[in-house]
Design a protein around this ligand. Structure first.
Ligand code: FPP
Ligand code: MG
Length: 332
């Protein structure tokens, strides 16, 4: 998985999982060990922005919570989910024209778009090969559906791009696909390969879904109000790309009916005018729309915690709860 982040970079809440993450990192590197010389630089660049390692941490934690522990298959599926995630980021940066991710150059910025598309495919093919070689075909079958859902979500997002009047349920459909589906999968496969019954894997998966929803709501809020140096990627892109996210939806819907047409105009102007975008961000804050988006993330975290009700008390449950709280507090 490339070098693990320095101690200071690993969120404190993941510190107890450091050893598991090192083992997953080893498996990630093994899966990529036979990448051809031509793609090596590209794949290594992608490995540099795998970030907080939340998904592999959650896979390992789900395996521990399920009682079976982090066995060899769990290591593989944790690495597979992280590889799929990395592949989607590589492709996403091309689609978004992003130049920086996690403080490093994106593949498209460094190597050009054509090479970046192919490198994303290389990562994806290695993930699938690793899953296909597991004795239990569950991961191949389940993850192929999950990837389908991610892609459907992205296509839907593209179809509704530049819709100033996007509603909350469409927004939720998008973030379910782009983020929550893979979070759910990270936990579900971890529990499954630790030997958990479907009921337990689904319960942990439901926690993952709500966690993913909260993560993306927070991510979208940071895109509007975060500090670029801290977040480590190009911010304000959502508005510039005509992506309508929750704070904007809540702001627009909170206005009296008579002011909505004017609001739609302001959103549209913000897509192409940076000054308008900054003014809109100030109004999102002043109107309480940002705070209402934070509350929506908070409700997802509460639902994530509630999904753990059937899990017996213990260190794993406590850690899952702490990770849910961490999602709300992050500033990058
Ligand atoms: C990030 O969105 C986007 C995703 C997490 C999903 C992107 C998925 C694809 C492009 C499909 C490619 C699929 C495969 C299997 C290779 P964002 O732009 O809102 O987040 P960001 O701010 O982190 O860029
Ligand atoms: Mg993006």
């Amino acid at each position: 998985m490339g070098p693990l982040p320095a101690a200071a970079d690993l969120p404190l809440v993941l510190e107890p999982l450091r050893e598991d993450l090192e083992r997953v990192g080893g498996r990630y590197a093994e899966i990529l060990s036979d990448v051809g010389a031509e793609s090596r630089d590209l794949v290594e660049q992608a490995a540099r922005f795998t970030g907080k390692r939340l998904r592999p941490a959650l896979t390992c934690l789900a395996a521990r919570a399920a009682g079976g522990g982090v066995n060899d298959d769990v290591l593989t599926v944790a690495a597979v989910v992280e590889l799929i995630h990395t592949a989607t980021l590589v492709h996403d940066d091309i689609l978004d024209g992003a130049e920086v991710r996690r403080q490093v150059a994106t593949l498209n910025a460094r190597f050009g778009e054509q090479a970046a598309v192919l490198a994303g495919d290389v990562l994806f093919s290695k993930a699938y090969r690793a899953a296909a070689w597991l004795a239990d075909p569950f991961a191949s079958r389940y993850l192929s559906d999950v990837v389908g859902e991610v892609l459907e979500g992205e296509i839907f997002q593209d179809l509704v791009a530049r819709s100033a009047d996007l509603d909350e349920s469409s927004y939720r459909r998008i973030i379910r696909g782009k983020t929550a589906a893979l979070y759910e999968a990270a936990l579900h496969v971890g529990a499954h390969y630790a030997g958990a019954p479907l009921s337990m894997a689904s319960m942990l998966g439901a926690y993952g879904h709500h966690l993913g929803m909260a993560f993306q709501i927070v991510d979208d809020r940071l895109d509007l109000t975060g500090r670029e140096a801290e977040v480590g990627k190009t911010l304000g892109r959502d508005l510039g790309e005509g992506k309508t996210t929750l704070p904007v939806i809540l702001w627009r819907e909170g206005l009296p009916e008579a002011r909505r047409p004017e609001a739609l105009e302001r959103i549209r102007r913000a897509w192409s005018d940076a000054q308008e975008a900054r003014a809109l961000c100030r109004d999102l804050e002043a109107s309480g729309a940002l705070a209402r988006a934070d509350q929506a993330a908070q409700r997802e975290v509460e639902q994530a915690r509630a999904a753990l009700a059937g899990l017996s008390a213990g260190p794993e449950r406590t850690q899952l709860e702490q990770i849910a709280d961490y999602i709300l507090s992050r500033t990058r």
